[in-house]
Design a protein around this ligand. Structure first.
Ligand SMILES: Nc1ncnc2c1ncn2[C@@H]1O[C@H](COP(=O)(O)OP(=O)(O)OP(=O)(O)O)[C@@H](O)[C@H]1O
Ligand SMILES: [Mg+2]
Length: 163
């Protein structure tokens, strides 16, 4: 399965979805997050951090003063907000290839720098449904994520979260 749409009904559920994704990411994984302001991209990243065992005292937020945030966990997580970047060349200059060689890259507003991202990535598109609901579409054009995507929905209600 390479495409799945899930509706989350709270920030905690989006975090829980992120945690399931986080348990399956590996060095070299690029996760491209898109959707409008407040769609929940950062909320999902917080969950991914939980799922990769980033210690709970590590702050996970959109990078503001620096362009890339790095979190330590089972794998290294590099968190980029392309909203603040001028475009694809900047992400190449930032060393995205080196980041993918040593960890997982999570990019908010990824469409802005799509040319510079690997084709083999997990695209996550988020949209508002209501004040507390978000539609999250996961799509992976190359890599087959069938194994964990198949039971994603079932697991969603039972996943512990910290955020
Ligand atoms: N089901 C939901 N999933 C995620 N967030 C939700 C949900 N329902 C309500 N929210 C709220 O929506 C907001 C999402 O904020 P978040 O910072 O994650 O968005 P974002 O997509 O990263 O925005 P930005 O483009 O500004 O970085 C939070 O205030 C969160 O509490
Ligand atoms: Mg954000």
């Amino acid at each position: 399965m390479n495409r799945l749409t899930i509706t989350t009904r709270s920030p905690a559920q989006t975090s829980a979805l992120g945690a399931i994704i986080g348990r399956h990411v590996q060095t070299g994984t690029c996760i491209a997050l898109d959707g409008p302001l407040g769609a929940g991209k950062t909320q999902l990243v917080k969950g991914i951090a939980i799922g990769t065992n980033v210690p709970p005292d590590v702050m996970v937020n959109s990078p503001t003063f620096v362009i890339v945030n790095e979190y330590p966990g089972r794998v290294r997580l590099f968190h980029i907000d392309a909203y603040r970047l001028s475009g694809s060349p900047e992400i190449v200059d930032l060393g995205i290839d080196e980041m993918l060689a040593t960890g997982v890259v999570l990019i908010e507003w990824a469409q802005r720098v799509a040319d510079a991202l690997p084709d083999d990535r997990l695209n996550v598109s988020m949209a508002h449904v209501s004040e507390t609901e978000r539609e999250v579409t996961l799509q992976s054009p190359i890599h087959d994520h069938a194994q964990w995507m198949a039971n994603l929905t079932e697991n969603l209600d039972n996943t512990p979260t910290h955020n």
